[in-house]
Design a binder for this molecule. Sequence first.
Ligand SMILES: [Zn+2]
Length: 158
Amino acid sequence: MSAGTTAAAGVTDWSHGVPLRAGDWFIGLYQPSPETAGFWQAVQRHELVLKWCAGCGKCFHPKRIVCTDCGSPDLTWRQASGRGTVYSFSEVHRAPSPDFAGSVPYTVGLVALEEGVHLFTRFIAGPGPIAIGAPARVDFRVLETGQLLPVFLVGTAA
Ligand SMILES: [Zn+2]
C-alpha cells in the first residue's frame, strides 16, 4: 500500500487520508483485520468489546480466532467491563513522527483488564499517577493520527 491513502478491496481504510508513513517510518495506524473488525466497529460506538468462547465461556484478546481452552472456533463479541489495572508502562519522550511532537511525553503500556485480557494502550493520568497496579478505566480519544482509539484513564476505578 502506498502512502496509506488507498486500501485493498474489501478492507476499510480507517486512515481517512492520514498518511500511514512519515518519511521511512510507519506511524502505526491500527487497521482492522477480519478477526478484529468487530473490535474496531465497537470502538466507533465508544464501546470496548472482547471475544468470549461460546463453548466454555473463557474470554480472549480481540485477535484470538480459536479458544485455547476447549478448541472451539465459536468466539463471539461481548462488551467488556472497561476496568483494569496498569500492568506495565513506558513514557515516550521522543516523538515517533511530527504528529506526536506536541504530545510528548506520553505514556503507553499494557492494561490488565478485569476479564484477564491484556491490551496495549495509551495511559492518561487521571486523579492518580500512572503506576503499576493502579486502577484504570477505558475512555475513547481521537489521538495524534486522527484515529479514534481506546485509552485508559488511570486512577479511576469505576
Ligand atoms: Zn472455549
